[in-house]
Design a protein around this ligand. Structure first.
Ligand code: NAD
Length: 500
């Protein structure tokens, strides 16, 4: 199924139930962002591989569609069970390819287990609706049908959870899949495919091609044989995929960037707010779509909040996520590190005050990886670049607000709308904030990160295009509605005309 060339593992593509090399004969190497070591290589797929994968998915569709959903659910339960058995092996692989620390990696594998189980249960639900008819002896209902071949394109920051949010949901609904994981962290997605194969997903139903966005992702997005596109990644790429999908009238589900605020009002439990800020801003080294990148603090408590946060940030241990006690792992790659350092530079130049961090860590422990110190900016104005654009790194901006209304205005005044948090003991203002937040997710007295798989996940404005993942919404993404009328009157009845 896979070969080992040289010192590291070589992963293969998976098309029509077979593990195979890319038709280009080329591979690409993946390095551990904490150590700089090459850890495996993957196939550099291209148009020919995507072509084969789409054809396999098209051919497998008719039979898979008709397999009763509870049977599909049984396969997914088995996959969840295998994931559980392999959790302690997958978590370190995740840390090695992505950098997040081992506790977070275990949590992410757990998320993949949870969503797979949740979706498996949908096999006995997949609800449609029956309703009344305006005509006698006529029955009316709608049922859910699969969309066809789904192109699934995922990012590197949740290399197993995001594929697991999408692939099992697509499968339970009766779709077939062509999957492309991110080249920055493909191994966990590949392992998920392997697990689904082992659990009994038939050949052709799930296909995977690894490779670059341009050589593989773009071809999937443009392919006429693909009926639905499900994408998570940057707003820039998502906008491109949306445009390509629109050209062939595909349905397209997009989950994109964020610039998530945490508001701290003067009456907040400050230590709780600091706990939240620390986890929200520096968990996963800020490389979460829901990461807290702006802390908007009411002026009377801004100084005390900042001092308390600084004290805690100084204690954060940055390093190889496999090492005990490490909280913050590396940045995913050199380009992203350079981009983050560029934002830090811009923040300084635009007049924000660098309170802590702001540099690459290059001592003996860190020099071979891509590490940036946790970074806090104060005196940030809402119109500065660092307060507007997604940085996707361990950089947080503290912005002072005059009052509740001002804080809400600042929080909403960005192009994104994913996650939003407010710390206050005032129930009235908490409830008002819930309604005023321009975001898909709101947390009261909790950080901006913390999704649960049975609740819808997604954003508004530049973050999404109207759909949601997870929970019951996942089923909506991967199904078409079919409206059915059954006339048992025995004669022609005309809607709107034969009604008295
Ligand atoms: P990215 O947009 O660079 O890449 C995402 C995927 O798209 C990768 O598999 C990539 O290879 C592919 N791709 C790149 N160019 C393509 C093209 N032209 N056509 C088709 N596919 C292409 O994003 P990333 O750097 O992997 O991930 C980070 C981004 O993802 C951040 O903006 C983050 O906020 C976002 N994200 C959003 C969510 C969410 O649910 N809203 C969750 C996680 C990450």
């Amino acid at each position: 199924m896979r070969g080992v060339w040289g010192m590291f593992r070589t992963y293969l593509n998976y098309i029509n139930g077979k593990w195979m090399k890319a038709s280009s004969g080329k591979t690409f190497k993946k390095i551990n962002p904490a150590t700089g070591e090459t850890i495996f290589e993957c196939q550099a797929g291209s148009e020919r591989d995507v072509e084969q994968a789409v054809r396999a998915a098209q051919d497998a569709f008719a039979d898979w569609k008709l397999l009763p959903p509870p049977h599909k659910g049984e396969i997914l339960y088995k996959a969840a069970h295998i994931l559980e058995q392999r959790k302690e092996e997958l978590a370190p692989l995740l840390t090695k390819e992505n950098g997040k620390n081992i506790e977070e990696a275990r949590g992410e594998v757990q998320e993949a287990i949870d969503i797979t189980k949740y979706v498996a249960a949908e096999g006995r639900r997949l609800l449609g609706e029956t309703t009344t008819s305006e005509l006698p002896h006529k029955f009316a209902m709608f049922i859910r049908e699969p969309k066809g071949v789904c192109g699934i394109i995922t990012p590197w920051n949740f290399p197993i959870a995001i594929p697991a949010w999408k692939i099992p949901a697509a499968l339970i609904c009766g779709n077939t899949v062509v999957f492309k994981p991110s080249s920055d962290a493909p191994a966990c997605g590949i392992e998920l495919v392997k697990i689904l194969e082992e659990a009994g997903v038939p050949p052709g139903v799930l296909n995977m091609v690894t490779g670059s966005g341009a050589a593989v992702g773009d071809v999937i997005a443009k392919h006429k044989g693909v009926d639905h596109l499900s994408f998570t990644g940057s707003t820039e790429t998502g906008t491109h995929i949306y445009t390509e999908g629109a050209k062939k009238l595909d349905s397209v589900e997009l989950e994109m960037g964020g610039k998530n605020p945490q508001i701290v009002l003067a009456d907040a439990d400050l230590e709780l707010a600091v706990d939240g800020a620390l986890w929200g801003a520096f968990g996963t080294s800020g490389q979460r779509c829901t990461a807290t990148s702006r802390i908007i603090v009411e002026k009377p408590v801004a100084k005390e909040f900042t001092e308390r946060l600084l004290k805690r940030v100084k204690k954060l241990r940055v390093g190889n996520g496999l090492k005990k006690g490490v909280v913050m792992g590396p940045i995913i790659n050199a380009a992203q590190m350079t981009k983050i350092l560029g934002y830090i530079d811009k923040g300084r130049k635009e007049g924000a005050k660098l309170l802590y961090g702001g540099h690459r860590l290059s001592d003996a422990e860190h020099s071979r990886g891509f590490f940036i110190a946790p970074t806090i900016f104060t005196h940030v104005m809402p119109d500065m670049t660092i307060a507007k654009e997604e940085i996707f790194g361990p950089v947080v901006c503290i912005i002072e607000a005059n009052d509740f209304e001002h804080a809400v205005k600042i929080a909403n005044d960005v192009e994104y709308g994913l996650s939003w948090s407010i710390y206050t003991k005032d129930i009235n203002r908490a409830m008002k904030a819930m309604r005023l937040a321009e975001s898909g997710i709101v947390y009261i007295n909790a950080p901006t990160i913390g999704a649960e798989v049975h609740l819808p996940f997604g954003g508004v404005k530049g973050t999404g295009n109207g759909g949601r993942e997870a929970g019951t919404e996942a089923i909506k993404e991967f199904t078409e509605i079919k409206t059915v009328f059954i006339d048992y009157s025995g004669h022609l009845q005309k809607a709107q005309i034969d009604v008295d």
